[in-house]
Ligand binder design. Structure first.
Ligand code: ZN
Length: 481
């Protein structure tokens, strides 16, 4: 009995010590939010809204199939920007790069300060014809309904291009001169990799030996519901890598009236299922740890407790994050089959079946580690694995302590009331990855809410659009104190 009592006492003491430690860590999980006052809302005229609506009418579409490329709307948009923003075009140097991309240089007054780069892209993704009838407005009409601007590019990414130009036009009009040189980089093929646009702009800047203090591109947005009673503003401090592989299964073909035990199609589909059922090992990378440090203290009690005590709760965090696509992408490299190709006749068993699987690679991993993991899973000699086309390694992780992050953070707080600003990992890719050679610090954010993009009914509220203009206006001033 004595021994049992001792064991019980020991267990009780351990539980008390653990819960004491958890409670202490939760209570002392200090906020990392800086107290910055929101500025009065900047008045923006209707003309600025109309300018954006018109820009959405140009069908500057990037197609996967390059033969469908129509250059005319791209040239027309360039002319339109020149007509609409005359002061900017008179003051900043504009270069047309590789026919359709744009690089503006706003010369700073202090040559000792490193320049900054504001980025955006003029191209948009096509409309999926099978879902066209679900659009509640013409995707290239630039219409306003219910105080909301509808159309392709409303969020991705003409918003950046137009809001930046609206801000510079206003600043030039006010006689503002930046101390740092400011580059505006607007690529025309971001949606298909940026090789002809952003990459060429970078080459131009590299020829001039430009090293940027920091870069601001699209990526993070405003989110409601993540933090109780607050708006979360997420700044992408890193983005995942990109790798597609073609998996080919080869077996004997034959007649479908006498099917063998296994076929190429069976083998391929089993391989896909194996890949899906054996997810990559999860881990907490720096951008996720940064997210937890910045967002965690502002969250509801349970999440706060979990994030403050990762040593105890990480299995639970992994389990919860794994359950949903968006959060799962934050903790592991992911892969999903996107194209299947097999068979040519209904009564013939094909000898070959192919699939394209697209992987998004977590920082701290590489395309090589991803590929070798796939090879450990798919060992059947009838399976071959081939890398396809574009490979992007994950981006570097930008610091949350430097002047770049602080400038973005401060500007968000000035223009968006009641925010929690936090760094995060962007699962998608942006043109900014081409700029890694000329900066250590890349941030991805626009202060707008996501109401649908890439799919149907892409749109932005008029107040969010106006706020984006105020954001860039203030951002340029903050970057030039
Ligand atoms: Zn984009």
């Amino acid at each position: 009995m004595k021994i049992l009592k001792r064991i019980l006492l020991f267990v009780l003491a351990t539980v008390l010590a653990l819960s004491g430690s958890v409670a202490y860590k939760t209570a002392t999980f200090a906020s990392k939010q800086t107290a910055i006052d929101t500025l009065p809302t900047m008045p923006i005229e209707q003309q600025s809204v109309d300018n954006f609506c018109k820009a959405l009418q140009y069908k500057t579409i990037s197609f996967g199939d390059s033969t469908l490329f129509d250059p005319k709307p791209f040239s027309q948009l360039i002319d339109y920007l020149q007509r609409t923003y005359p002061r900017t075009h008179a003051t900043l140097k504009r270069e047309i790069v590789n026919q359709y991309s744009l690089l503006y240089t706003w010369q700073g007054t202090d040559a000792n300060l490193k320049p900054i780069i504001l980025m955006g892209h003029t191209d948009v993704v096509p409309i999926d014809e099978t879902t066209r009838n679900q659009w509640k407005a013409d995707p290239f009409g630039g219409q306003i309904q219910n105080d909301t601007i509808w159309g392709r590019g409303a969020v991705d990414d003409k918003i950046n291009v137009i809001a930046v130009l609206e801000a510079t036009e206003r600043l030039v009009k006010e006689g503002y001169q930046p101390k740092r040189t400011i580059y505006l980089s607007f690529g025309h093929d971001e949606e298909i990799g940026g090789k002809k646009g952003a990459k060429k702009i970078v080459e131009k800047l590299q020829q001039q030996n430009v090293k940027a203090e920091f870069i601001l591109d699209e990526g993070g947005l405003l989110m409601d519901g993540l933090i109780p009673d607050k708006v979360a503003a997420l700044i992408g401090t890193a983005e995942k890598g990109y790798l597609s592989v073609e998996i080919t299964a080869t077996d004997k073909g034959g007649h479908s009236s006498t099917p063998p035990a296994g076929t190429a199609i069976d083998l391929l589909t089993q391989s896909i299922v194996t890949l899906r059922n054996t997810p990559f090992v999860p881990h907490f990378t720096q951008p996720l740890n940064d997210f937890m440090r910045y967002a965690g203290p502002e969250m509801s009690l349970f999440q706060r407790m979990a994030f403050a005590n990762k040593w105890l709760f990480s299995p639970l965090i992994v389990k919860t994050y794994s359950a949903q696509g968006k959060t799962n992408a934050m903790i592991r490299t992911t892969g999903v089959a996107t194209i299947l190709d097999a068979g040519f006749k209904e009564n013939v068993i094909p000898a070959q079946a192919k699939a394209v699987v697209n992987f998004r690679i977590l920082p701290e991993e590489t395309s090589e580690t991803t590929l070798s993991y796939i090879k450990t899973l798919l060992t059947d000699p009838r399976i071959s694995i081939k890398q396809l086309g574009i490979i992007n390694e994950p981006s570097k992780v930008s610091s949350v302590d430097g002047v770049g992050y602080k400038t973005v953070e401060k500007t968000i707080k000035q223009v968006v009331p009641n925010t929690v600003v936090a760094p995060f990992l962007l699962p998608g890719a942006t043109d900014s990855r081409h700029f890694e050679g000329i900066t250590e610090s890349t941030y991805r954010h626009i202060p707008a809410r996501l109401l649908g993009y890439h799919d149907i009914n892409e749109r932005i509220s008029v107040p969010d659009y106006k706020r984006c203009i105020a954001f860039y206006y203030q951002f340029i001033k903050n970057a030039n104190p």
